[in-house]
Ligand binder design. Structure first.
Ligand code: URA
Length: 206
């Protein structure tokens, strides 16, 4: 497992705007496309290529094409914010979904929706903008590992030390990509200082 903190001036600038209390849902969506593009370019950096011959208008030369079988797995609903920037970069990718929620009584993760394409041999990118306690991430990674993908990466905009620690302890081969690591979680598992409820802010349901 490796933690990749994406240090990029535009990503940091955009994250500051995402944090602002007064940012509207329309602004939020546009900021997510910008920060998502930077984050995902980094997350996709090690996809496999093969050499091909390409005919240009003036002759043949060697080119490279992607051979990775990529599966994007947004965790509903906040993860949808990273799906369109990911598909802009990889329009051929397959998409699977997890709908996860925490049960009130048992405080356990429940999966209310799952739809996954074939995973064997795939490079899987779990999309969830907030890595907080890491419980949903842990659930999703465990389910995916049973399906034998080639690699699993977890892509978030913001992460808490608690979630990072959980994933690092449990999954030594999974990569985490994030723009920033904040201080801690509060009693409701919100990231502090964070940016509030990401799903509500992105979907305009505050
Ligand atoms: N999910 C959110 O939307 N915000 C947090 O701070 C943590 C998890």
């Amino acid at each position: 497992m490796a933690l990749h903190v994406v240090n990029h001036p535009i990503a940091e600038h955009v994250l500051t705007d995402l944090r602002k209390r007064k940012t509207t849902a329309a602004e939020y969506r546009s900021l997510c496309r910008r920060i998502g593009a930077i984050l995902l370019v980094k997350a996709f950096e090690n996809l496999e290529l093969k050499s091909v011959t390409v005919g240009t208008p003036l002759g043949d030369c060697e080119g490279k094409v992607l051979v990775s079988n990529v599966v994007l797995v947004p965790i509903l609903r906040a993860g949808l914010a990273l799906l369109s920037p990911a598909l802009e970069l990889l329009p051929e990718a397959m998409v699977g979904y997890f709908g996860l929620q925490r049960s009130e009584e048992a405080m356990q993760i429940e999966c209310y929706y799952q739809k996954l394409p074939p995973m064997a041999g795939a490079d899987v990118f779990i999309l969830d903008p907030m890595l907080a306690s890491g419980c949903s991430a842990q659930f999703a990674i465990q389910r995916l590992q049973d399906l034998h993908p080639k690699s699993i990466s977890f892509v978030s905009i913001l992460a808490a030390p608690e979630g990072i620690r959980r994933l690092m302890d449990e999954f030594p081969t999974v990569n985490i990509f994030t723009v920033a690591v904040d201080k801690e979680l509060d009693g409701r598992n919100f990231i502090i200082p964070g940016l509030g409820d990401f799903g509500d802010r992105f979907h305009g349901t505050l």
